[in-house]
Design a protein around this ligand. Structure first.
Ligand SMILES: Cc1cc2nc3c(=O)[nH]c(=O)nc-3n(C[C@H](O)[C@H](O)[C@H](O)COP(=O)(O)O)c2cc1C
Length: 208
C-alpha cells in the first residue's frame, strides 16, 4: 500500500439517525492527522442539523468539531465533496484513499451499495472500495429491520464490507451520549485499522 493511500480516508454521512457517531468519527480521524474525504447526502445534511443543531451544518462543520473535540482536530485536513459529483477524486480507484466508512448508513444507501448502483458519490466511492478490495465499513441504523434490509447487509458482507451496526455497548458503563459515540467511533477506527484511545480495552471486569 503506497504512503499516499495510507493517509487518506473517506467518511460518508447519510440520512439515518446518529449524526453524533459521524462527527465523533470525523474528529478522531482528523486528530490522527489524516486527510479525510467527506461526502454528505442531502438527508445526511438534514440529520446533522436536526440532531446536533445549526452549528453542525456542513459549512460550519470544522469549527463545530474544533469547539466540541478540541484543537487537535486541526492535525488533519478534510475535503468536502458534493454527493452529486461523480467526478470527485474518491470516485476513482486510482485515487489514494485507503478506506471508507459510511456512518450512519441509511437503509436506502445500504441498498444502493449492496446492489452496486453507484447513483451518487457515496455509493460510487463505496463501490470503488469493494472493487479495489479496500476496507469499507458500513454503520447501518434502523430498527426493526425488514428482510430486504437484512439481506442487503449480507450482500455487503459477502462483497467484503465490514457491517458494523450502530449498536453501542453498555459494559463500558457510559455516562453520556458522548461516551456512546466514543465507543462507536472507536469500533469504526479499529475496523479501518487505526489505533485509538476512544474507550478502554476490556479488562475482564466492568469499569468501577
Ligand atoms: C429525521 C429522520 C430520521 C431518519 N432516520 C433514519 C434511520 O435511522 N435509518 C434509515 O435508514 N433512514 C432514516 N431516515 C430516512 C432516510 O433519511 C431516507 O430514506 C433518505 O432517503 C436516505 O437518503 P440517503 O441515504 O441518500 O441519505 C430518516 C429520515 C429523517 C427525516
Amino acid at each position: 500500500m503506497c504512503a499516499e493511500r495510507r493517509k487518506s480516508v473517506a467518511v460518508a454521512i447519510t440520512g439515518a439517525s446518529g449524526a453524533l457517531y459521524a462527527v465523533r468519527t470525523l474528529a478522531a480521524l482528523l486528530a490522527d492527522g489524516l486527510h479525510v474525504e467527506v461526502v454528505i447526502s442531502d438527508y445526511g445534511r438534514r440529520l446533522l442539523r436536526d440532531e446536533l443543531g445549526d452549528q453542525a451544518s456542513v459549512d460550519r462543520l470544522r469549527p463545530f468539531l474544533v469547539e466540541k473535540y478540541g484543537e487537535n482536530v486541526d492535525a488533519g485536513s478534510m475535503t468536502i465533496h458534493s454527493n452529486r459529483d461523480l467526478g470527485a477524486t474518491i470516485a476513482s480507484g486510482s485515487h489514494g484513499c485507503m478506506g471508507m466508512v459510511i456512518v450512519p448508513a441509511s437503509m436506502k444507501t445500504l441498498a444502493g451499495v449492496a446492489h452496486g448502483l453507484s447513483r451518487n458519490l457515496v455509493e460510487r466511492a463505496a463501490d470503488v472500495m469493494l472493487k479495489e478490495r479496500r476496507p469499507l465499513v458500513i454503520v447501518p441504523r434502523e430498527t426493526p429491520m425488514s428482510l430486504p434490509q437484512l439481506r442487503n447487509m449480507v450482500l455487503c458482507a459477502e462483497s467484503g464490507a465490514i457491517v458494523l451496526p450502530a449498536m453501542p455497548a453498555f459494559y463500558q458503563m457510559p455516562k453520556s451520549l458522548d461516551d456512546l459515540a466514543d465507543f462507536m467511533a472507536g469500533k469504526i477506527l479499529s475496523a479501518l485499522g487505526f489505533d485509538h484511545a476512544l474507550y478502554p480495552a476490556w479488562t475482564g471486569q466492568v469499569p468501577k
